[in-house]
Write a protein that binds this ligand. Structure first.
Ligand SMILES: *[C@@H]1O[C@H](CO)[C@@H](O)[C@H](O)[C@H]1NC(C)=O
Ligand SMILES: *[C@@H]1O[C@H](CO)[C@@H](O)[C@H](O)[C@H]1NC(C)=O
Length: 459
């Protein structure tokens, strides 16, 4: 039926927000793994166009469960995978929040409570997120671990747990400069102001401020291509919660992090410590030597509460040459390298990062101490300039079991468990080159322009 009646299946999925649940015959230590496949609402792209959409209350497995895997890719209306050289998937991001029971206006951030991951970057609150590498990057959470969600004792009275999705895609069929369009070079988009009409910062030549929703990258003269109807197809694997599952915390580090995490109410956006995007200047050597030019970035970030690393993966854009995380004593915690495609087909597109290698340390073999200073490294080729690149590192950490309760209450009172009301983008913009990414959706601005701690009613 899936193949013979794709339309009806799509319609059924979209109209009922239902899903395919396939119970896999796999009995892991943590129980029977279930699989659901969902489609985002459709988005329409024509050559050169950009969609950056936010969807709230997306279909997602419900109940007290442990998430084991999250996979996503762009497909067309015939269920075919769409290659990156046609539709470049800049990123997709999935976030968790509590929305009012019966409420339908979750896009109003003053009415929802975002549930951030445990990492230090306040503007990177997502639970899951990848970009072009999505098809060939492992995201499986190994047994006996799981990402615990839907625990009824964590959901405030009058609220329900829900999920949001942000998809940012660029149609590069027939464009003059594919890499330039995917790197969001402002001149190719003929953009001189951000999406709120504010002029770009001096020296800002590329990044998310130039490829927001509805912008258009320059297409070759005479090229015409049809409008396409596309979906983000996402596959979630999970197990019902049971006490043998060891919960893990998600931490996302950013190589642009200045390590200064203000929690005070006078914080403005320019003080945001994670800029998400950066620019790689071209090196000045020439010829063969130039090919070996590396832009080497690193930063140090404190992890307040450590534990065992059970999974790790980096996120880089085209030009990426690898990323790593080191402990305070210099020991390697995890390294992750891009895999570039060398063909035409989806999942192997030449010149694109089609996968990132990930780490699965033997359980208990790689741990971070409480308060340890962790170094994040991100390398890019600087044989040519790159704009709007990223250097994120995502890890799952199992905190020592006996401290779970203490940590939970600490986590909820932590400065980054914040919720801010109002026009979050204002703050974002002030940061200069801050990526809107996912990011954006986890930020808000209070009326007096400062940040507020949220009383979540969870304590
Ligand atoms: C670029 O934008 C300016 C105004 O913002 C407009 O006048 C001009 O026609 C645009 N050029 C192209 C090629 O779209
Ligand atoms: C990054 O580049 C530096 C300098 O070339 C090199 O020493 C280091 O090993 C590289 N690290 C990774 C993770 O690729």
């Amino acid at each position: 039926m899936w193949h013979s009646q794709p339309w009806m299946m799509l319609m059924a999925i979209l109209l009922s927000s239902s899903c395919l649940v396939i119970t896999r015959g796999r009995e892991g230590e943590s129980g029977l793994v279930k699989t659901s496949v969902f489609l985002s609402p459709p988005f329409y792209l024509k050559p050169g166009s950009v969609k950056d959409k936010y969807y709230f209350d997306i279909p997602f497995p419900r109940g007290h469960i442990a998430l084991k895997n999250f996979h996503a890719e762009v497909i067309d209306e015939n269920q075919n995978s769409v290659p990156l050289h046609e539709t470049y998937l800049h990123h997709w991001v999935v976030g968790r929040y509590f929305g009012g029971e019966g409420s339908i206006d979750d896009a109003d951030y003053s009415k929802i409570i975002l549930v951030r991951n445990s990492g230090p970057c306040r503007n990177l609150g997502q639970y899951f997120g990848l970009g072009s590498e999505t098809r060939r990057t492992d995201t499986w959470v190994p047994d006996p671990y799981g990402i615990e969600v839907g625990n009824p004792t964590e959901i405030p009275e009058g609220y329900e747990e829900r999920w949001l999705l942000n998809v940012h895609a660029i149609d590069t069929r027939g464009v003059e400069d594919r890499l330039g369009c995917t790197e969001c070079k402002c001149d190719l988009y003929n953009v001189t102001a951000d999406k709120y009409g504010r002029p770009l910062a001096n020296g800002y030549v590329g990044g998310l401020y130039c490829c927001y929703d509805q912008t258009h990258c320059r297409v070759r003269g005479g090229y015409s291509g049809s409008v396409r109807k596309l979906y983000l197809k996402y596959t979630v694997k999970w197990v019902d919660w049971n006490p043998s599952i060891v919960p893990v915390k998600i931490h996302i580090f950013d190589v642009t992090d200045t390590g200064d995490h203000p929690s005070h109410s006078s914080t403005t956006n320019s003080q945001f410590s994670c800029k998400t995007e950066y620019k790689v200047p071209p090196c000045d050597s020439v010829g063969e030597e130039n090919e070996n030019c590396i832009d080497y970035r690193r930063t140090k970030v404190v992890l307040p509460h450590g534990g065992d690393i059970v999974y790790g993966v980096a996120h880089q854009h085209t030009g990426g040459r690898g990323s790593a995380l080191y402990g305070e004593d210099g020991r390697l915690l995890c390294s992750s390298s891009p895999r570039y495609g060398n063909g035409e087909e989806s999942g192997n597109e030449a010149g694109y990062i089609v996968g990132m290698s990930s780490c699965y340390p033997k359980p208990g073999s790689v741990s971070i101490n409480d308060g340890e200073l962790v170094t994040v490294v991100s390398n890019y080729s600087s044989a040519q300039m790159h704009t709007g690149v990223m250097g994120l590192f995502y890890i799952l950490v199992a905190e020592p079991q006996t401290q779970q309760n203490a940590l939970l209450s600490w986590g909820l009172a932590a400065p980054w468990f914040t919720e801010l009301a109002g026009s979050w983008w204002v703050i974002l913009f002030a940061g200069g080159i801050i990526a809107a990414v996912a990011a954006a959706i986890f930020l808000k601005r209070s009326e007096n322009g400062g940040y507020q701690m949220v009383s979540t009613g969870l304590n």
